[in-house]
Design a protein around this ligand. Structure first.
Ligand SMILES: Cc1cc2nc3c(=O)[nH]c(=O)nc-3n(C[C@H](O)[C@H](O)[C@H](O)COP(=O)(O)OP(=O)(O)OC[C@H]3O[C@@H](n4cnc5c(N)ncnc54)[C@H](O)[C@@H]3O)c2cc1C
Length: 308
């Protein structure tokens, strides 16, 4: 990674700092990764605009970050500006329409609970997902046979040149864990979801609680991870394929294929991003050798890695 040889940039009019050489390990659920050459987490639209004005004058790449719960960032870090939307937060539940409009940084699980408390259905699936609304829109996050695409009406996005657009669910070209926003360099500012009103609070809370319990009993939440590492191929679940190879518990360094769920790779303490990467590569190689099937990572792998 190129080191930024300076002190923080202060965007004083909007009370926002752009930090040089900022450690990203605490910004991801894996708790691994090197530094961002520059890092910023604006809290307001004005701070975001000022950040983009600064960015436009630099000749550096841009990487967008939500809660970092689906990212594997290289130990060597990331060149350019890493911009996190995790502190952009507001929400509005409209009782006339049943729509909820939420800023990108709001945790999607929190919105699921708030909807459940109102007796509004549609987001119960999101309760165990530790990411932001922005990340859920981009990833088409899903669980319990439902996903963001099922209730998303539109997303407001902005490009670094300041152009704001409202994209409909159709524009986002959704399919399984993917959208047209992946790699598009358009920042999701807010999203609107259509929910169903008029159910009893107890009923929706019960489904939401049930979903959370089910996940906690089948998935390892006690160690850092990114959730499912691989997309499920159409034939079999990725975890089942890995499990058949006896890879549960297989370790490289301090990264381990979970005993509980073989599609999870855990950081068992001080693992390197490179350990996790090699484990991903190993599982891919083994599955391909046995079933001639290339598992495709769901986790976004960013920065430099080596397969050896
Ligand atoms: C324990 C655990 C369980 C999980 N379970 C599930 C599950 O059941 N289902 C599921 O789908 N996922 C699951 N995940 C993965 C992850 O939580 C989701 O993919 C989530 O939607 C990612 O959101 P995030 O805010 O963390 O995004 P990040 O990981 O920060 O980013 C993911 C991608 O979205 C982009 N992005 C993020 N925010 C924005 C924005 N505002 N504008 C533009 N681009 C943006 C990033 O550039 C990146 O490409 C799990 C993860 C963990 C750790």
């Amino acid at each position: 990674m190129i080191k930024a040889l300076s002190s923080p940039i202060r965007l004083s009019a909007v009370n926002c700092h752009i930090f040089p050489n900022f450690s990203l390990a605490n910004q991801t659920s894996y708790r691994v990764g090197g530094e961002a050459q520059w890092y910023v987490a604006p809290r307001t639209w004005e701070a975001l605009q000022a950040t983009f004005e600064w960015f436009q004058k630099q000749d550096i790449p841009l990487m967008l970050l939500g809660a970092g719960s689906n990212l594997l960032i290289s130990d060597h870090g990331i060149d350019g500006l890493v911009l996190s939307t995790r502190y952009l937060r507001y929400r509005n539940f409209d009782p006339e329409t049943g729509c909820v409009t939420v800023a990108a940084g709001d945790p999607v699980a929190k919105i699921a609970w708030q909807a459940a408390r109102r007796g509004w259905r549609g987001l119960e699936w999101a309760v165990g997902i530790p990411g932001t609304v922005g990340g859920a829109v981009v990833m088409n996050a899903g669980a319990h046979r439902q996903c963001a695409a099922d209730c998303l009406v539109s997303a407001v996005v902005v490009s670094p040149d300041g152009i704001v657009e409202t994209l409909t669910s159709k524009d986002l070209n959704y399919s399984y864990r993917t959208s047209s926003l992946q790699g598009a360099k358009k920042l999701v500012l807010e999203a609107t979801f259509q929910l169903e009103m008029g159910f009893s609070r107890q009923e929706v809370m019960a489904t939401t609680q049930h979903n959370l319990q089910q996940r906690k009993s089948s998935q390892p939440y006690d160690k850092p991870s990114c959730g499912s590492v691989f997309r499920n191929p159409t034939s079999h679940a990725a975890g089942w394929l890995i499990e058949q190879l006896g890879l549960k518990g297989y370790r490289i360094g301090n990264a381990e294929i979970s005993h509980r769920h073989a599609n999870f790779i855990l950081n068992c303490g001080q693992a390197k991003a490179q350990d996790i990467f090699r484990l991903i590569y190993h599982a891919q190689e083994q599955v391909e050798a046995r079933w001639s099937l290339l598992l495709e990572p769901e986790v976004k792998i960013l920065g430099e890695f080596s397969a050896s």
